[in-house]
Write a protein that binds this ligand. Sequence first.
Ligand SMILES: Cc1cc2nc3c(=O)[nH]c(=O)nc-3n(C[C@H](O)[C@H](O)[C@H](O)COP(=O)(O)OP(=O)(O)OC[C@H]3O[C@@H](n4cnc5c(N)ncnc54)[C@H](O)[C@@H]3O)c2cc1C
Length: 438
Amino acid sequence: MSSDKSFDVIVVGAGTLGVAAAYYLQKNSPDKRILLIDRYLAAGQANTAMSAAAVRNMFASSTNQLLTDTSIKYFEHVQEELKCDLLFEKSGYLWLLSEEQFGNPSVKTWIERMERSGISYKVYSKQELKEMIPGLNVDFSNDEEAELMNLQEVSYGLYGADCGFLDPTRLVEYYLDEFKKISHEKPRFGVNVEELIVEADPKLDLPSEPYVWQKKKVTGVKTNKGVLTADVIVLATGAWANELLDPVGIDSQTKVKKRQLFVIHGEDKPPLVELLNTKGFSDIGCIPFTILPSAGVYFRPQLQEQGFWVGCGDKFGREYKYVQTDDDLVPESAYYENSMYPVLSKYFPAFTDTRPTNSWAGGYSYSPDRIPFVYMESGVLVINGASGSGIMKADALARIADALYRGEEEAELFGGKKIRSTALGQKGRDVEVESVII
Ligand SMILES: Cc1cc2nc3c(=O)[nH]c(=O)nc-3n(C[C@H](O)[C@H](O)[C@H](O)COP(=O)(O)OP(=O)(O)OC[C@H]3O[C@@H](n4cnc5c(N)ncnc54)[C@H](O)[C@@H]3O)c2cc1C
């Protein structure tokens, strides 16, 4: 049936994952009517816009290596061959590690798996790091404060050259524009899905069906703009997936944690500018995205702002929480001052006396093994659980979702590598647990 309320597929969520999925679905099923909707007034306004926009193929699991490496190569292809500037720059990722961390079997496995997958990396010694990075403090001996704060000394650097940043707004625009060129349906914004509609399959038109003995499936969505129906509903609603899945009894197996970023400007602080313009790692000539050995603190360089975005992947003690109101995602200035700043300024005294000029927060949607989910369940195709790295995996996840929709056994990722379409499912899941989560 052709109407403005009934479609072959409705993609709910126009973040990176939703727009990329909409594009591949339409590209490979040109006759299907695919509608993309989002409750915001434009695409890419939720966690996609809150991200650090960094991309890395340096994961410990072969699964995440495959998802990110092929996606990053596709982003490069878009920029270099298709001439769509994503502002993608390879400024590198640098893990600063203590002696103990470097010797940990999990780091050894991480490095071995990168070797096996052909992911380029380089190990720097303490001396090399000291010479390259202006002001890096690698000596905490006789530092009682550092001891009190459980800070581990930097002994090694693990560097990935094929990692960097892009502009997520441009990435979203790229997929959205490509989708719009081939789509039969104009994306609809300001459409909030309130619930998934479950119906008997087939419908017998009995009062109050479906009954427990009937087969059931999700046949549509109830929205603020009325009911929309489709054969398949793609849920790319990120941190809000549980709101829609819980009421119909689908366990998303994902949980959400708040994550925050704080902007530190370097303009009036010469040591910070010097740190920002660290040479020797990449052609860009700036300090890479850097992860400190302790407390989960990291920063990324922000050349346009001549500063840094500082974040923290705190684990125990940070609650899992449904994101319900905007208050759930308010950044905490005291968190920077009391938790992150003392760590940051110990390793990098250039940050001494810095205060954030801006900050924001979003939610990571974590899966138990920190590998994304892509699966079909009762008429819903769920793409979720990217565990804080959905942008860098977007192309691969969207291709897998499309292959699953078309009933293909395998999904072909950019560059020709393949993955079983159900490998990221809840059933038949075939993944390695990820240990390198920031
Ligand atoms: C602080 C922070 C830093 C991060 N850094 C990085 C990084 O450096 N690199 C990286 O790859 N990833 C990073 N991430 C993670 C990344 O942002 C996410 O993995 C990615 O944005 C997920 O994309 P998405 O499309 O699923 O989600 P989103 O961008 O959140 O999109 C979901 C969309 O669904 C819509 N939606 C939700 N519910 C409904 C509903 N009921 N009805 C209609 N629409 C609905 C929302 O409006 C939204 O537009 C970071 C996240 C945070 C919070």
